[in-house]
Ligand binder design. Structure first.
Ligand code: M6R
Length: 362
C-alpha cells in the first residue's frame, strides 16, 4: 500500500520524521542513551570496525566521524566484499559492527562470520530483526524503520544513522569523553531532527523544479566535507540507481585532484554544505567550479546561503542544525533530488533496472 503516494520510495521518504522519532525515542527515551536489548561496553574497545555494502556502507562512513570526534574511538570502515577477502587482522580489543537493512546481504554476513571469534564484540544494526546477520551477532540493534519496499534505501538509511548516532554517544560516555550535560545536549539536537526533516520535506516543490535541468545532464557531481562527504557519496548513489544518470560523490577538497577536469557548463555540481567551520574552503571549491562554468546547486542553511550566493546557480535553504548531525537532515534533499530527477526521466523508481532489494548472492 503506497498510502496515496505515487511510489513506495516517496512514501518512505515522507515516513522519515515518524520512523526516526520512534527510533530515537527507543534508544534514548530520556536524557541518556539506553541500549535496551543487552549491554555493550566500549570502555576497553580500542578500535571499531564498521562493515557494510552500498548505502549501509555510507551510513558507516558518516558514523566514523561521530565515533572518532565524540568518543575518540578510531574506526576502520570497510566494504564487506573487500573486508571478507582481504582477511584483515582483527584484534581482541576491537568491536566489529555490521550494518544491513535486510540482514541477509551475502558479503556482509560473510564478513561478520570472518570477524566472529576474533573481535571482542560482534554488533549489528539491522532492519529485519529475525535476519541471519541479527541472529549471528552478540547484540543486534534494530533500526525500527518498518518494511522498506523501494529498492533505493531511504528511511532505513536515516534510521541506521539514528542508531549509530546513539551508539557513538554511548561510546563517548563509556570512554569518559562527555558528561551527562553534553550527552543530554547531543540527544536534544538529535531529537530536534524529525521536525527539521518535516520542514525540509516542504521544499519538495522547489527541488522538483530544480531537477528539470538535472534530468538533462550526462554527469552530475556531488560534493561535501566532513560528515557531509559520505552524504555526497550517498546522493550520487541514489541518483544513479534510479535515474541512471552518471553521478560521482567526492570530498570537496578532492575536487582539484581530478574531478574538476570533468567540469564544464553541462555538469551540475550539487554541494551539500551547512555553514560549518570549513565553509570558507567549500566556497573556494564552488568558485573553482563556477570559474569553469559549472552550475552549482548549493544545499545549505541560512548563514551558508548568505555567505555563498554569488554566482551560484541554485540555492536550497535548509533548516539549521548542528553540523555534526546535519547528514540526517541533508539525506532528505539528496533523496528528493534523485527521486524527482528520475520522475522527469520516467524511469521505474521503485524497481530500477538490474537491482534487487536484497543481495543474497555475491
Ligand atoms: O540490505 P543491506 O542494507 O545489506 O543492503 C546493502 C545494499 O545492497 C543497499 O544499501 C543498496 O546499496 C541500496 N540499493 C541503496 O539504495
Amino acid at each position: 500500500d503506497k498510502g496515496g503516494h505515487r511510489h513506495f520510495m516517496v512514501k518512505e521518504i515522507f515516513e522519515q520524521p515518524t520512523v526516526l522519532a520512534d527510533c530515537l525515542t527507543h534508544y534514548a527515551p530520556g536524557d541518556a542513551v539506553v541500549i535496551p536489548e543487552g549491554s555493550v561496553d566500549f570502555s576497553r574497545t580500542d578500535r571499531l570496525i564498521l562493515v557494510a555494502c552500498g548505502t549501509a556502507h555510507y551510513a558507516c562512513l558518516v558514523a566514523k566521524y561521530w565515533f572518532e570526534q565524540l568518543a575518540g574511538l578510531p574506526c576502520d570502515v570497510d566494504i564487506a566484499s573487500e573486508f571478507r577477502y582481504r582477511e584483515p587482522p582483527v584484534s581482541e580489543q576491537a568491536a566489529a559492527l555490521f550494518v544491513s537493512q535486510s540482514g541477509e546481504t551475502a558479503d556482509t554476513l560473510a564478513a561478520l562470520r570472518y570477524a566472529t571469534g576474533k573481535a571482542a564484540h560482534i554488533l549489528s544494526v539491522v532492519n529485519v530483526a529475525e535476519s541471519s546477520i541479527a541472529r549471528e551477532s552478540d547484540l543486534a540493534l534494530p533500526i525500527l524503520a518498518g518494511v522498506e519496499v523501494g529498492v533505493a534505501s531511504t528511511k532505513a538509511f536515516l534510521c541506521q544513522l539514528g542508531v549509530l548516532a546513539n551508539l557513538a554517544i554511548l561510546a563517548a560516555r563509556q570512554k569518559g569523553r562527555i558528561d551527562a550535560r553534553r550527552e543530554a545536549e547531543l540527544l536534544h539536537t538529535l531529537r530536534s531532527l524529525p521536525a527539521l526533516i518535516n520542514q525540509s520535506l516542504a521544499l519538495e516543490d522547489e527541488i522538483r523544479r530544480g531537477t528539470r535541468a538535472l534530468a538533462r545532464a550526462q554527469t552530475i557531481l556531488f560534493l561535501g566535507r566532513g560528515p557531509m562527504f559520505p552524504m555526497a557519496l550517498e546522493g550520487a548513489l541514489k541518483l544513479k540507481e534510479i535515474s541512471y544518470i552518471h553521478a560521482e560523490g567526492y570530498a570537496s577538497g578532492e575536487l582539484k585532484h581530478g574531478p574538476i577536469a570533468l567540469v564544464d557548463k553541462t555538469v551540475p555540481v550539487v554541494v551539500l554544505a551547512p555553514r560549518d567551520a570549513l565553509f570558507d574552503k567549500t566556497i573556494s571549491n564552488m568558485q573553482e567550479v563556477m570559474a569553469r562554468e559549472g552550475r552549482v546547486w548549493l544545499v545549505t542553511d541560512k548563514p551558508g546561503a548568505a555567505a555563498a550566493s554569488d554566482g551560484v546557480w541554485k540555492t536550497l535553504t535548509m533548516p539549521q542544525v548542528d553540523p555534526i548531525f546535519a547528514p540526517l537532515l541533508y539525506a532528505v534533499p539528496a533523496q528528493l533530488i534523485a527521486y524527482h530527477t528520475a520522475l522527469h526521466k520516467g524511469t521505474d523508481v521503485d524497481q530500477p533496472r538490474n537491482l534487487a532489494k536484497s543481495v543474497t548472492v555475491e
